[in-house]
Structure formats: C-alpha cells, structure tokens
Design a protein around this ligand. Structure first.
Ligand code: FE2
Length: 433
C-alpha cells in the first residue's frame, strides 16, 4: 500500500500526465499510469508538480523585524545598515527564534523547504548565531536550513570579526561568509577573501560571500574570489552573492571575468528583489538596475541561482517568502523573456539553487526524498506568471501545507460562473501544438 499517489501531474521538464507513487517518504515510482492502492490519492489535474523551492540567500536573523526600532524611511541600503546597527543591541534570543520560526511557517506555506541564511557574527554575544542554530534544529523535520557566518561589518573593519567568525564555525555554523567590498580598502577586501577562503579550505567548508554588492565598476573582488577558489581547490563549493558591480563594469573586463568565474565553478546568486531596489541610488538618470549579468553568466555555463535576501526587515519592507516572485522580478529586470530564459528562471529557484547549496537529495526522481510542491499552474512559465498558489507542499512524503485553489466566483450575465486563472489562457510553452 502506497502512502500517497499523485495522479496526472505535469513535471518541470515538460513531461505531462505523470503519476507519482510515494512510500516510506521517498519517490517510489514515476510513470505515466500507476494503478496501486494508496492511503491517499491526489488528482493533480494537469497541474505542475515541482521539486520544492529553494532560497540560497537570506537573512533570517533580521526577518520580520520591520519597524523595529523604526522604519527605513528612505528605503536605502545605508539607512538599512544603520537601522540594523540600532536593532542589533536590542535583539533577544527569544525574539530572534520566534521571528525565524514564524518566517519558516510562511516558507513552508510557500513550498520553500531549503534556505541558506547568513547570520551576522559581528556581535560579541553571538546571540543571533545561537538563536538560528536552535532554529536550524527545530525546523530540521521540515526545512533544510544552512547558516553562513557573515561578518556584516567587515572581517578587518570590525574589531572581533575573525574571532567571532571562528567561534560561530566552532558552534556548528555551516558556511564561511564575507563582505570584501565593505572592507576599508580594495587591498583589505582582497586580503579578506584570501583569509576567509583559507579558513573554509582548512575546515572543509563551503564559501558564500556578499561580493561586490556595489555600483562601483572597479569593485572586482569576484576575480580574487575566483583565483583563491582555484588556488585552494574549492571549485564548485563557492558562491558569489549579488555581484552587482558586474552590471556597471566595462564590457572588455567582463569578457575576461566571465570565463574566469566559469573556470572556478563559482555559483552566482543574484537577489533580484533587493538588487533592483538598493542599487543605482546615487544615479540621476539613467538609473542603473544593478543586477548582475544573468543571461551572460548562464551563457558561459555558470550556475545561477536566485535568492530572496530579505523579507520585511531593515533593508526591504516587502517580500513574502515567494521564490516565484523572485523569479518573476528576475525575468523582468534581466529581460529574460524568451521561452528558454523563463524556464532558466524557474531552474534558478529550484535545481540551480540545490547545486549552489550542495544539496544532493533533491528532485522528483526515484529513490529521492519526496519533497515537492503542487502548483496551481500547468508549467514553470505559468507558475512564474501567476506566482501560482501552492496547492500542496510535501516533505518526506507527508503533506505539510495545503492551500485551496484560487478560483474567483463571477457574477456576470452570459459569462462563466467561476474563473481559475490557471485555466484561463491556452498555453503551449513546449511548442508542440
Ligand atoms: Fe544578503
């Protein structure tokens, strides 16, 4: 007897009308017609069953703190950093845990079951580190939470940052973070990259830096990151987050840089919601959007995954744990509107993110853990367009969240009585009709 049988689902790779048998928490069989008794059967009715969403760049120590101790009136990065500095001494362990758990509830409802969160270690109490380590254990049954030791105020610029970072890693934080463009000089930034990569190599850890989150075209720490990655044999284990200076760099230099990033197998993690709102703030017009060169990175074979970065915190008053919203923004701001590019945007919040985080047990494949989300949309492009309702979210084969389909009741003469926006328009994104 199967635990669960999902009938007639579409899959992100374009297979339609697929049945998925789940038992003992794993995908047991994936085939076009499965007839077997099950404790529960779900008729997917041609909707999309996707592996769960992944957010490879987030700040869970700050999330849902909007308005504490005051609102970011200008909406700028600098006021956000100042605000976080005001909030930090006021944080309590209980409040950080409580907000993070509330955010994880939201994430589950959004089908977001793997999150990499940076945690600020520039607080000698390491209060946020302890709080998020506790949260990591509490949510383990339903969310994979990776933590990055993040020296928000600079490894060299903040007095005890290196000591605190090592303490955080000793406590069990998973990944080594950094912020080279925030050090006092370019030379200090490069030195911080070298030192932090050495720490990661010594400890066998992965690396994820806020790298060149700047409109300064001369902010080139990504080249040092690529060089150190190769020197220390960290290929495939390093993420460059943001990389916004690349938006403003000279094309000739970028033509050297892109192959270098690919050679070092660095994963690029742009954060479209945040990069579009925080960058270009010193510009009059034209105003730069400040998002890294996503299509060009993809064309060079670089793995690109999208992060949310913020949700209702000092830097960003919006956000809803919705990775489809993140992909939707990327499609627009990076003009990824070709059919293939929109599919790549869906990959960037699913499979590419799994690769960036080093998650191996991921995807709708026989023998893998049955973690997935049923969407009220028929394919990945429609899912992005509609920011589709998450009808069911599964973790280890168990339904952990359900949302009723969004169907409007119409009261119009001679028109249908109900409207399901996902059945509204014909689609043929596969181009097979
Ligand atoms: Fe960030």
């Amino acid at each position: 007897m199967l635990d669960l049988l999902i009938k007639n689902a579409n899959l992100p790779d374009g297979r339609n009308g697929i049945d998925i048998a789940i038992s003992a928490g794993k995908f047991e069989t994936i085939a076009s017609a499965i007839d077997a008794p099950a404790h529960r059967t779900i008729d997917a009715a041609g909707y999309l069953l996707s592996p769960h969403f992944i957010d490879p760049h987030f700040h869970m120590d700050a999330t849902l703190s909007l308005g504490l101790p005051r609102l970011n009136r200008s909406g700028t990065l600098l006021e956000g950093i100042a605000l976080w500095g005001e909030l930090k001494p006021l944080l309590t362990h209980e409040a950080v845990v409580e907000r993070a758990l509330r955010y994880c509830d939201l994430a589950v409802a959004q089908g977001l079951l793997s999150i990499r969160s940076h945690v600020d270690i520039c607080d000698d109490r390491l209060l946020a580190v302890d709080a998020l380590l506790e949260v990591r254990e509490k949510v383990r049954p339903y969310i994979d939470l990776q933590l990055v030791a993040f020296p928000q105020d600079g490894l060299f610029r903040s007095a005890n940052a290196e000591k605190n970072l090592l303490r955080a890693l000793d406590k069990g934080v998973d990944v080594v973070g950094g912020i080279p463009h925030f050090e006092r000089t370019m030379a200090d930034g490069a030195a911080s990259v070298k030192r932090l990569c050495e720490i990661a190599a010594e400890r066998g850890l992965r690396v994820d830096f806020h790298c060149d989150e700047s409109d300064d075209p001369m902010s080139r720490h990504i080249e040092t990151l690529a060089a150190q990655t190769m020197r220390l044999g960290l290929q495939g284990r390093v993420v460059g987050s943001h990389l916004t200076s690349m938006h403003s760099m000279d094309n000739y230099y970028v033509s050297k840089l892109l192959p270098l990033i690919a050679e070092a197998q660095i994963h690029a993690v742009p954060n479209p919601l945040i990069n579009t709102t925080l960058q270009g703030r010193h510009d009059t017009y034209p105003k730069r959007r400040g998002i890294t060169r996503i299509p060009e990175l993809l064309a060079h074979g670089v793995n690109v995954a999208f992060g949310q970065d913020c949700c209702m915190d000092p830097w960003y008053s919006l956000g809803s744990g919705d990775m489809l919203e993140v992909a939707h923004m990327a499609v627009h701001v990076s003009q990824m509107t070709s059919v293939d590019a929109m599919k790549q945007a869906f990959d960037a919040i699913t499979v590419n993110s799994a690769r960036a985080m080093g998650l191996e047990d991921y995807g709708i494949e026989t023998g893998r853990s049955a973690n997935c989300v049923l969407l009220q949309a028929r394919d990945p492009i429609e899912a992005i367009r509609l920011k589709a309702t998450r009808l069911a979210v599964l973790r280890n084969g168990r339904i952990i969240s359900e949302t009723a389909p969004k169907i409007a009741t119409l009261n119009l003469p001679d028109r249908p009585a109900a409207l399901d926006s996902a059945q509204y328009a014909p689609i043929d994104h596969a181009g097979t009709a």
